[in-house]
Design a protein around this ligand. Structure first.
Ligand code: N2P
Length: 371
């Protein structure tokens, strides 16, 4: 593996402890929130339910909001957009907020799962970095604010295994000596195979998708293939030594590296995926006013920075940048270079074009999961 890549992505324990110290200091949130639930909430205004990616918020930030508002916050987690949408469509759970990625936002709008954000009422909306405002996937930020962004890499535990290269071929190549896990996330897994083959992560070309399907079929038949796992689960498997390599959202790995300096992550040389995760208010939200106050709270500079300093994910809040741990700012997951984007080394996952393409992806994923 190239030294420069290691230098950028490998973390020392000392630096990580420093990050956590900064985070503790930064969790003292600003502002003077009200403790009176707004009468427009048809729910009890006392419990905010959030459906969110796993390990994606600083618990101190949540506690501070509970204290400020005199409410309880309940967070349930998911490992893919698809499973989140399926649960919401299945009904039964009345969440106020969800945390979808950019590429499913319009799918959720079409499925009538979201209500407009009324951003005019958010006093901290102006803190968002210009590059994340008015995005293609949500013109005018009608439904969403950006929360954090996440690149995906390959991780290992050097106490047990050190990869001989920085290539996806460690998993997708012909060899079968490495034990590995893939994310339990269709766009990430199919996207990684497409990148390895030299195609776009959003490919809508049938021939390219067939090649990705064949590659993935062979990959999950390897004896080294251990599981489809969420990020935190993969981190634990690396720590326990039950896998050698894991596809993982970079922040999920770096959170574990704070306690174990054997954990490392790199962006494979053929390129990888990135996505922006958002906060949205669900159409069925029992407490939309409280949900809106939570979004406004998260947009406060110190709160937003505390979340990123804890989770090690990229931060789209201009006013929060000054409070980010300096080490994190140097990380690719935070600041992929313009060159990375220009060369598609780091490629945003976008919503699939209509027609038959979403069905093709679904079919590939269903087959892999039912192997
Ligand atoms: C956190 C995963 C966040 C990134 N566990 C997914 N887009």
């Amino acid at each position: 593996m190239k030294r420069s890549l290691c230098a950028v992505l490998l973390l020392s324990c000392t630096l990580l402890s420093a990050c956590h110290r900064v985070q503790e200091k930064d969790t003292a949130a600003e502002g003077n929130g009200t403790t009176t639930p707004q009468p427009s909430d048809p729910g009890d205004g006392k419990t905010l339910r959030i459906f969110m990616w796993s390990d994606y918020i600083d618990p101190q930030v949540v506690k501070e909001f509970e204290k400020r508002e005199g409410v309880k916050v309940v967070i349930d987690t998911y490992e893919s957009n698809e499973s989140m949408i399926a649960k919401l469509q299945g009904g039964g759970a009345s969440y106020d907020l969800a945390n979808p990625s950019n590429y499913v936002l319009q799918t959720m709008v079409r499925a009538k799962l979201l209500q407009p954000l009324q951003k005019e009422g958010l006093k901290n909306f102006g803190n968002i970095s210009a590059g994340f405002l008015n995005p293609d996937f949500d013109p005018g930020n009608t439904y969403s604010v950006p929360y954090q962004f996440a690149a995906t890499g390959l991780a290992y535990n050097s106490a047990r295994y050190t990869p001989p290269s920085d290539s996806w071929s460690l998993i997708f190549g012909p060899g079968d000596t490495v034990r590995f896990a893939l994310l339990d996330d269709p766009r990430e897994v199919i996207g990684a195979a497409l990148k390895y083959l030299g195609y776009s992560v959003d490919s809508d070309k049938v021939e390219e998708l067939k090649k990705a399907r064949d590659l993935l079929r062979r990959t999950v038949q390897k004896k080294g293939f251990e599981s489809f796992s969420g990020g935190p689960e993969t981190r634990n498997k690396l720590l326990a030594g039950s896998i050698d390599l894991g596809q993982i959202y970079v922040g999920d790995l770096l959170q574990g590296a704070a306690e174990n300096k054997g954990l490392h992550v790199f962006l494979p040389r053929e390129g990888t995926t990135i996505s922006t995760d958002t906060l949205v208010i669900l159409r069925g939200s029992p407490n939309p006013a409280l949900a809106r106050r939570f979004i406004d709270y998260v947009l406060e500079p110190r709160v937003s920075a505390a979340i990123s300093n804890y989770t090690f994910y990229g931060n789209p809040n201009r006013a929060a940048q000054a409070f980010l741990d300096p080490f994190l700012k140097s990380q690719k997951a935070f600041n992929p270079s313009p060159e990375d984007f220009r060369t598609d080394k780091v490629e945003f996952i976008n919503e699939l074009k209509g027609g038959n393409t979403p069905r093709l992806y679904d079919r590939i994923w269903t087959e892999l999961k039912s192997r």
